[in-house]
Write a protein that binds this ligand. Structure first.
Ligand code: NAD
Ligand code: WQD
Length: 337
């Protein structure tokens, strides 16, 4: 059975559907600090099955032990953690506690219970401000904020664990910019308060919850001056986790793998794509650059293809259509729709 930490969250909820489709049995472990139990109910409706869920915190060794006592876990997909870059600058200790300490407690519990396979949610943020694009996995690693540093530290910790005992199987999946939603329109990204990320902000503007999108910077050295990113459909990302689990037994080193499409789109291109998909206007205005942002970031995803047989299949139009279906059906996310 697969233990899915953070399985009620945005990427986790999509991944458990993919796990179910692939025939994996799983248990979700989540403290719901950034998710809703409603997401689990909705996934249950999609897969037409009850989901095993334990409410608990990965920093709580006893709570984790009871999961290992109750279920025969043989691998872990580890999503649980905090992800808001700005908040991490204000509250670094919270981020190191949830992300780094949480992972240490989790790995210790795994070790004590003889579970040595982990697929970890890393991020393209570990490449810092890359000298060139597309980005391959051997690029130098760096971080510009506590969130990014927590991901780098966790990568290092997992490498050290492998060095100490190379019967561990460790896959570091470096996601680029996850967007979109399940095609049903019943689950999706549900940020608290004002969204930090582009896609949910665009979607909330299109649905009328926000007046105008601020485009952070119009003078980057990019096709139209706005920032360029590699947006990847969350359903493709979910599939990457299943493919990683399918192959994990065969790996005899720590695997760092980019999950991206290999295509870069600007903020303005994303606005236009969303307008096409939704038929709604997305008013925007130019605003100053956001501190810490880089001009361009996109993956070379060829390693994922070679190693996992994984490629992204869904383009930006589909990302925007699916995101719009979720947003327009659930203008207030899970809470009040
Ligand atoms: P999310 O916030 O929707 O999901 C994270 C889940 O973990 C939530 O359900 C939350 O309640 C849970 N959680 C947090 N701390 C916990 C703890 N201490 N114990 C138990 N559960 C806890 O975020 P997401 O977008 O689904 O991201 C999942 C993972 O992927 C995170 O580790 C994130 O850093 C990483 N990631 C996300 C992105 C992105 O843009 N969404 C990009 C790269 C990497
Ligand atoms: C995308 C582009 C912004 C909002 C962040 C994290 C990264 C990863 C994914 C977890 C940029 C522009 C945004 C807005 C805008 N998360 N933008 N107006 O910054 O690439 O990555 O999320 O690991 O670590 O840093 O994503 O969606 O915030 O921004 O113009 O209101 O949209 O400047 O060019 P980012 P994003």
């Amino acid at each position: 059975m697969v233990l899915v930490t953070g399985g009620a969250g945005y990427i986790g909820s999509h991944t458990i559907i993919a796990l179910d489709e692939a025939g994996y049995d799983f248990v979700v472990f989540d403290n719901f600090c950034n998710s809703s139990k409603e997401s689990i109910t909705r996934v249950e409706n999609i897969i037409d099955k009850k989901i095993k869920v334990i409410e608990g915190d990965i920093r709580d060794a006893k709570a984790l032990q009871s999961v290992f006592d109750t279920y025969k876990i043989d691998s872990v997909i580890h999503f649980a953690g905090l992800k808001a870059v700005g908040e991490s600058v204000e509250k670094p200790l919270k981020y190191y506690d949830y992300n780094v300490n949480g992972t240490v407690v989790l790995c210790d519990a795994m070790s004590k219970n003889g579970v040595k396979k982990i697929v970890f949610s890393s991020s393209a943020t570990v490449y810092g401000d890359p000298a060139t694009t597309p980005i391959t996995e051997d690029f130098p690693l760096s971080a510009t904020n506590p969130y990014g540093r927590s991901k780098l530290m966790i990568e290092e910790i997992l490498r050290d664990i492998y060095v100490s005992d190379n019967s561990w199987k460790v896959v570091l999946l470096r996601y680029f910019n996850p967007v979109g939603a399940h095609e049903s329109g019943t689950i999706g990204e549900d940020p608290n308060g004002i969204p930090n990320n582009l896609m949910p902000f665009i979607a909330q503007t299109a649905v009328g919850k926000r007046d105008v999108l601020s485009v952070f910077g119009d003078d980057y050295d990019t096709k139209d001056g706005s920032g360029v990113r590699d947006y990847i459909h969350v359903v493709d990302l979910a599939d990457g986790h299943v493919k990683a689990l399918n192959k994990i037994d065969g790996f005899d080193e720590v695997m760092s793998i980019n999950l991206g499409t290999g295509n870069g789109y600007s903020v303005i291109e994303m606005v236009k794509a969303f307008e096409r998909a939704s038929g709604k206007k997305v008013p925007y205005k130019t605003a100053p650059r956001r501190s810490g942002d880089i001009a361009t970031c996109f993956a070379d995803p060829s390693y994922a293809k070679d190693i996992l047989g994984w490629v992204a299949t869904k383009g930006v139009d589909q990302m925007c259509e699916d995101s719009w279906r979720w947003q327009s059906n659930n203008p207030n996310g899970y809470a009040k729709s």
